[in-house]
Design a protein around this ligand. Structure first.
Ligand code: 5RP
Length: 245
């Protein structure tokens, strides 16, 4: 592994380890997806073994599910536990208000559902993910779309000023199919100055299952840096914009 890659992996792992300290005995927690969340899942497994704590988890993807099984972490469902103590997940971009772009791993719909059922959403990431405005460097917003609706959603996204690209699989021919049987569109909107308005507009399009804009949902962000982890708390923490439903 090259030095820079090693540094990034260390930063991700440190952020994840710091967040997992918030996990307490008898908690029901959401397990996020992606490479940084994977470090958190492994550490939760370590803590269950070391401290004999009792934890139940709701995985946000097939990846999180298989990692939980691998690390001996008990799994439950939203049927059994519709309110979770907390969720630990990664992010692709994080702005100064702790709004997020998520979904480069294609799990954004379940991630948002599980986060919305959680009293607190803890985000773990390395320093590269922090931006002043979402959409920096033409980072796209991933959107999960019903295949049947893909043509009209594409047309409407273009009308909104977006540049949608159907996400293609690199291990099979054709599009990436999500854990829910849908497709992903990565939509470049340039710099996003009003992410809350954009999220509402996107999720209002018929055929859009969910958009990878997470507005006022993250309560604490753990950013892995050189050898330290920066902890940033959202103002009005604990007021997950969806949890009251
Ligand atoms: C998956 C996600 C991931 O949390 C996000 O892509 C970050 O992944 P990584 O930690 O591998 O950079 O939203 O849908």
């Amino acid at each position: 592994m090259k030095l820079k890659e090693e540094w990034i992996e260390k930063a991700k792992r440190n952020a994840a380890l710091e967040a997992v300290k918030q996990v307490k005995d008898s908690f029901v927690i959401g397990l996020g997806s992606g490479s940084t969340a994977a470090y958190a899942i492994k550490e939760i497994g370590n803590r269950i073994e070391r401290e004999e704590i009792h934890i139940l988890t709701v995985p946000t993807s097939y990846q999180a599910f298989t990692l939980a099984v691998k690390h001996g972490i008990p799994i439950t469902t939203l049927e059994e536990h519709s309110t979770l103590n907390l969720t630990i997940d990664g992010a692709d971009q994080i702005d100064g208000e702790l709004n997020l772009i998520k979904g480069m791993g294609g799990a954004l719909a379940r991630e948002k559902i599980v986060a919305s059922a959680s009293r607190r959403l803890l985000i773990v990431a390395d320093g590269r993910k922090q931006v002043e405005f979402l959409g920096k460097n033409n980072h796209p917003v991933p959107i999960e779309v019903l295949p049947f609706a893909a043509p009209i959603v594409t047309r409407r996204l273009k009308k909104m000023g977006g540049k949608p690209v159907l996400r293609e699989s690199n291990k099979k021919v054709g599009p990436v199919i999500t854990d829910n049987g849908n497709v992903i569109m990565d939509v470049n909107f340039g710099l996003i100055h009003k992410p809350a308005e954009l999220e509402l507009e996107l999720t209002g399009l018929p055929g859009v299952v969910e958009a990878g804009l997470f507005i006022e949902m993250a309560d604490i962000v753990y950013i892995g840096k050189n050898s330290v982890v920066e902890k940033i708390e959202r103002k009005n923490v604990g007021t997950n914009s969806l949890e009251s439903f």
